[in-house]
Design a protein around this ligand. Structure first.
Ligand code: DQA
Length: 147
């Protein structure tokens, strides 16, 4: 059974109350439950984690090697700044899907840059919380587990 890691970065713990005009009213707990239900439906294992700390995100990516088959990563603002997270993704040689709730390309120019993209399989952005289940399906399709 494939195992997926859904990893969330800084400020995503505040979803639900954080800029609801941009990110909606869905909480991270709601998204976790959506992901769990979707993983059950697809018959795959799923871990769901969040940290506000770059180093913890990097260590979680490292630990995914040998434990998970793919990572779905919403790195929040670290997407636009972190060469270290890009290097971590390259280092573990796991398929990683970059995810954003908002359409970062329709927002401020500094959000158009992503270091992570250079190391990721693909990007899903702009579909709100639904993007998480789309990303699970994209990861499973890549792994040949289309169901
Ligand atoms: C985000 C987009 C980032 O630019 C922002 O810093 C976030 C959330 C998104 O999910 O839309 O924290 O990754």
């Amino acid at each position: 059974m494939p195992s997926l890691l859904v990893l969330n970065g800084p400020n995503l713990n505040l979803l639900g109350t954080r800029q609801p005009d941009v990110y909606g009213r869905v909480t991270l707990e709601d998204i976790k439950n959506m992901c769990r239900a979707h993983a059950d439906l697809r018959g795959v294992a799923l871990a769901f984690e969040q940290s506000n700390h770059e180093g913890v995100l990097i260590e979680t990516i490292h630990a995914a090697r040998g434990t998970h088959d793919a990572i779905i990563l919403n790195a929040g603002a670290y997407t636009h700044t972190s060469i270290a997270i890009m290097d971590a993704i390259h280092s573990v040689e796991l398929p990683v899907i970059e995810l954003h709730l908002s359409n970062v390309h329709a927002r401020e120019e500094f959000r158009h840059q992503s270091y992570m993209s250079k190391a990721c399989l693909g990007i899903i952005c702009g579909f709100g919380a639904r993007g998480y289940t789309l990303a699970i399906d994209a990861a499973l399709s890549h792994l040949g587990h289309d169901g």
